[in-house]
Design a protein around this ligand. Sequence first.
Ligand code: IPE
Ligand code: IPE
Ligand code: MG
Length: 227
Amino acid sequence: MGNLPRHIAIIMDGNGRWATERGLKRVKGHEKGAETVRTITTYASRHPEIEVLTLYAFSTENWRRPKMEVDFLMRLLASYLKKETPTYIENGVRFETIGDISRFSDNLRRQIEETKEATKRCDRLTQVLALNYGSQDEIARAAAKLCAKGGEITVESLSRSLETARFGPVDILLRTGGEQRLSNFLLWQSAYAELFFTQTLWPDFTPEELETVIEAFKKRHRRFGGV
Ligand code: IPE
Ligand code: IPE
Ligand code: MG
């Protein structure tokens, strides 16, 4: 039997280039990218094998971008969640986040909480948005929490203390946009993830291409260190 893609994580990259190639402002690429988020999430919600879809939306390093772009992304996120909450519910998608959102505006944090609350009983798919997320930050925070409790640091205790523990290990880690790097995303959780990279820019990514990745994943031989 093939592998089951229970947890898929995606580094949604290439929005800026998608727009620039068309002579548009980078932010137009983010708008188009948000539509892809909706399409891919809906597709995943109808896929019986996928339980968790984790999407990298804003990294701890993305604050280095021009203030105008960062502000646009924050507004886009708030309006996306407000507009899409009914779609989440319709498709049985529970909305969750990882990352430190304490730096976000009150309005955005309120919207995040509202969408979480409104979708908390949805059980066909969990969509996890990584917001102001950095894997090193997550691991450091987990270790600090364990130390503060006087706990011993082991692979098991640290795994359990990670913010992402409840979503389980990553089966497929996919990056769009052509770069072949992890950019501080789910480093611990991807220890045995199958990696996929595509040249397709995120706004052009389709459910058909995701299905191609899933089919390729099912044929891979995962050994987890065994023979
Ligand atoms: C990814 O697209 C989206 C975010 C990081 C928010 P980019 O904005 O990084 O697009 P490129 O890589 O510049 O094309
Ligand atoms: C990774 O993309 C972060 C997100 C997709 C949210 P970046 O475009 O920020 O990554 P680098 O800078 O190319 O590594
Ligand atoms: Mg990029």
